[in-house]
Structure formats: structure tokens, C-alpha cells
Design a protein around this ligand. Structure first.
Ligand code: ZN
Length: 504
């Protein structure tokens, strides 16, 4: 075995990670501070830097180091952790090598044009304006799947970018089961005599006070402000440079306090994962998050399972009542709890509640999969979309803008991304079920404002491993069984049957 080779490979890798960190700083600055006029220059700077990273990664020199390490690993000469590093880098490397540079460039150019076209088409609510671009994107993505290769469905090859090792077949089964439950359960909620509105949450809330309470919540649940920041951007996001420097953003709406709180808790969940990754493994996959689905399981556990629970607000609501006494002094904690959990089937995914959210994702998954497998035509999308909305939500779609044109993903070529949102919800319920069994009096701790028990559990069971396991392996390791949608189904059934007085 060539120890020297492995060390050299790790050095090269570390350089690549540092360069990527620098690109992340540029991205963060672009969203948070950059003046509008800077956008052309920034796009070029980022493109130059990304080109540099790509060339270094696919260079003959790097390829040689990696191939020798791969052989050592195949011959069983490497430690488990080194083998894991080589396996993950090899996975990325072979994917990049399979895509010709011309193809990558053409696709990037198409995506940038398609995003412009999508923005215009959405403004005018006219799918036909976007149609030629989306047709090309789907063509390119089908070609990408052929170039990368797959076993069963070409969709596997695309899903793999966002949720490595997941398969279309398994995913379809899990989502089908979830859909059956959700459609039936939503009908029961609609028929319930209990009607809940979230109107009482709307009012007038000073942004200064909102900033204070958002920072206080993020800090209390464990975000380390010495190793990160919370800023403002149009679309909230989290980006990391290193576990010691994690940036998240939120947005403030004077009329809607809960919009900022929701996003802040969600992004804090992402940021806690990033801050919890092992810093000593920075510069290798062992210092990286596993997948978008696992990432989303962290944000959604904090945002929904914790952040919309009675226990959480038992601790925080009195503080909020004090801060915004003019608004909340006359609203009981119970009414507040119900309002933040109101179920309201809506046309727009990003406004959806916990119960209906996954139906939005499932219909997008079904459409994407059929497009990539060639079972439906792009020109038929508005009708297919509107039919599904009618069937799953019982709603009529009045325009393309409120329907098929609402999400940015397809215009950016992000086909295979949507399912990771729902996977996150499913993982989070399954993880939380285990946490409840393993942490003594978890609910009581949360009621008393002790979030460190849950955070430590997540650190120890999930964050610390980096990419040592695939998402599927991790779920099995932590919970003792494969991904099982029943945990999420039970969670929803129990919580919302109580809120809506549903029996049986
Ligand atoms: Zn997220």
C-alpha cells in the first residue's frame, strides 16, 4: 500500500475543500450584502473559481492519486475511514468524468437562460413561454441519466445527485403509502367540525423585536453565535464554510411574526448539523453532511416536531407574550398552538402546513419521474398538474403561476431534488421516535427549555459521523430499522387527530 499516495490525495482534497469554502463565501455575500450592480462580476468570479475547482478535480494528477488509492481500498489495504473517503470521492469523480465538458457547459448555459424564461413566464402566468426551455431541460436530464448510467430507472441517476444511494423503486413505494394516508386524512380534517384559522397570528410586529426573539430562539436551541451568524436575505438559507463558521439567514415580515420564526428555526436545524460535523475531518467527506434528505431531517425536526409542539411553546410563549404583549396578551397558549398548526390545503407548496406539504412534494415526484422515464409529455404538464391538485387537495388551479410554474427547481435543472424534502420529514419522525425512547423525559426537558439533551443526541448519533454512512445505513443504525413512513404517519395522525377532534 502507498501511504505517501494517500497523504498526497488528502492534501489535494483539502485544497479542493478550501477553494469550495471560498466560493461559498462569495455565494453568501451575494445573497446578503452584495450591491445589485455587482451581480455580473460576481457571476464571472464564481464561474472562474468553479472552473478552477473542476479542473483540479478532474486533472490527470488527481485522477492518478485517486486510482491508486481506489486500488488500495479494493485490496483491503486501507482503514475503514480512509476507505470511506476514497469511496465517496470516487463516486463524485466517476460521475464528473462521465459527463463531457461540452455537455456540462451547454447545460449550465441552458439553465441560466431557462431561469430567465421561467421568471418571465411566471410573471405572465403563461406556461407556453417556458415550454421550449423545459423541453430542452428534460432532454438534457434524460441524456445526463444515460451518460451517468443506472440500474432500473433513469430517474435513479438524477436522484443520486441529491440523495446518494436512494432508488426510485423504494422511494415510490414509501411515497405511495404516505400519499394514500394523507389524502384520506386530509378529507377527515376537512369534514371535521373544528375549524382553525391562523388569522390570530397576523398583526403588527416591530422588526427590531423580531430580530431579538429570533436570535434568542436560535441561541437557546443551541446555535453557537461564536461559530456562525444569522443575517437577512430574500430567501432564507444556510451555508457553511467550516463547522466553525456557519451562516444562516431569515426574513422579517412586519405583519407576520411567525414567518421569521419558522424560517429561523428551520435554518437553525440545518446550521446545528453543520456546526456538529467533526471539524477534525474537514477537507474530506467524513467532515461533510450525508445527503439533502438527512439535512432536511434536521431542519424539519426542529421546525415542526419541536418548533410546533406544545412543549416548545410552553417554554417560549410566555416570553413572546411579554415581548409582544399588545398582540398576544389576549390569546391563550392553546389557541396559539392550534393557530400555528392550522391545516389549510393551498395551491402553493412553500405555504403548506405539515399535513399537506408532502402531497405537494409527492405530486412533483410523480411528474418528474414520468417525464424522465418518458411516460408523459412536457406540453401536457399544466393539465397533469391541475388534475393532481384536484385529486389530492380538492382545489382548482386558476392559473399557471399558482400551479405548474410556482417552483424554481425545474428551470435550474434540479430534477430529483423534490423528494429530499419529504424524505427529510420521514427521517425526522423516525429519528425523533428513537430519541424519545433513548432520552429520559424528553418532553419535560423541552417544556423546561432544556434543548441540549436532544441536540447532544443528534450530535452523537447523526452529526458526528459525517458521510461515514449512507442515509439508508444511518437510519438503520440509529433506529434499528429501514426507512419506514409509518413513524411520520403516526406522528401526523396523533397530533392532528387531537387538534381536529378526529376519532378512529
Ligand atoms: Zn431546508
Amino acid at each position: 500500500m502507498d501511504q505517501n499516495n494517500l497523504e498526497k490525495l488528502k492534501e489535494e482534497l483539502s485544497e479542493l475543500y478550501h477553494l469550495s469554502s471560498a466560493v461559498s463565501v462569495l455565494h453568501w455575500d451575494q445573497e446578503v450584502y452584495m450591491p445589485q450592480k455587482g451581480s455580473d462580476l460576481r457571476a464571472k468570479t464564481i464561474a472562474e473559481m468553479s472552473g478552477l475547482i473542476h479542473n483540479k478535480f478532474v486533472s490527470p494528477q488527481f485522477g492518478k492519486l485517486l486510482r491508486i488509492a481506489k486500488k488500495d481500498s479494493d485490496d483491503g489495504k486501507l482503514s475503514d475511514s480512509d476507505s470511506c473517503i476514497v469511496k465517496e470521492v470516487w463516486r463524485e469523480y466517476s460521475r464528473e468524468k462521465k459527463l463531457p465538458l461540452e455537455f456540462v457547459k451547454e447545460l449550465a448555459e441552458l439553465e441560466s437562460k431557462a431561469q430567465g424564461a421561467w421568471t418571465e413566464a411566471r410573471k405572465k402566468s403563461d406556461f407556453k413561454m417556458f415550454l421550449p426551455y423545459l423541453k430542452k431541460i428534460v432532454e438534457f436530464k434524460r441524456r445526463e441519466a444515460e451518460l451517468v448510467g443506472y440500474k432500473d430507472s433513469p430517474y435513479d441517476a438524477l436522484l443520486d445527485t441529491y440523495e446518494p444511494y436512494a432508488t426510485t423503486k423504494e422511494l415510490s413505494l414509501v411515497l405511495e403509502e404516505l400519499k394514500k394516508f394523507l389524502v384520506a386524512f386530509l378529507l377527515k380534517i376537512k369534514k371535521s367540525k373544528v375549524k382553525i384559522s391562523d388569522k390570530i397570528l397576523k398583526g403588527s410586529f416591530s422588526v427590531e423585536k423580531q430580530i431579538e426573539i429570533n436570535e434568542a430562539i436560535a441561541k437557546k436551541i443551541g446555535f453557537n453565535f461564536d461559530a456562525g451568524r444569522l443575517d437577512v436575505s430574500a430567501h432564507p438559507f444556510t451555508i457553511h464554510f467550516h463547522p466553525d463558521d456557519v451562516r444562516m439567514t431569515t426574513r422579517y415580515d412586519e405583519k407576520d411574526l411567525f414567518s421569521s420564526i419558522n424560517s429561523t428555526i428551520h435554518e437553525t436545524g440545518h446550521a446545528l448539523y453543520e456546526q456538529g460535523l467533526p471539524a477534525e475531518n474537514f477537507g474530506t467527506p467524513l467532515g461533510e453532511s450525508i445527503s439533502l434528505g438527512i439535512h432536511e431531517s434536521q431542519s424539519r425536526m426542529w421546525e415542526n416536531i419541536i418548533g410546533k409542539s406544545r412543549e416548545f411553546w410552553k417554554y417560549f410563549y410566555p416570553k413572546m407574550q411579554k415581548e409582544f404583549s399588545a398582540h398576544f396578551s389576549r390569546i391563550s397558549q392553546e389557541d396559539f398552538y392550534k393557530a400555528i398548526n392550522a391545516v389549510k390545503p393551498s395551491l402553493i407548496r412553500v405555504e403548506a402546513d405539515e399535513v399537506t406539504y408532502n402531497l405537494h412534494v409527492i405530486m412533483r415526484f410523480e411528474i418528474e419521474k414520468d417525464l424522465i422515464e418518458g411516460c408523459i409529455r412536457v406540453e401536457d404538464l399544466p393539465k397533469i398538474w391541475n388534475d393532481k391538485v384536484k385529486e389530492y387537495f380538492g382545489l382548482k388551479v386558476p392559473s399557471d403561476a399558482l400551479g405548474v410554474l410556482q417552483d424554481v427547481h425545474w428551470s435550474g435543472g434540479m430534477i430529483g431534488y423534490f423528494p429530499t424534502y419529504t424524505l427529510g420529514n420521514l427521517y425526522s419522525a423516525q429519528f425523533y421516535n428513537t430519541a424519545q425512547k433513548e432520552i429520559l423525559n424528553l418532553e419535560r426537558e423541552i417544556r423546561n427549555g432544556h434543548f441540549e439533551h436532544l441536540l447532544n443526541w443528534l450530535r452523537k448519533n447523526i452529526h458526528i459521523h459525517g458521510k461515514a454512512f449512507s442515509a439508508g445505513e444511518l437510519v438503520e443504525k440509529v433506529t434499528g430499522e429501514k426507512l419506514n413512513s409509518q413513524y411520520f404517519i403516526d406522528y401526523i395522525k396523533e397530533k392532528y387527530s387531537a387538534i381536529y377532534g378526529i376519532k378512529g
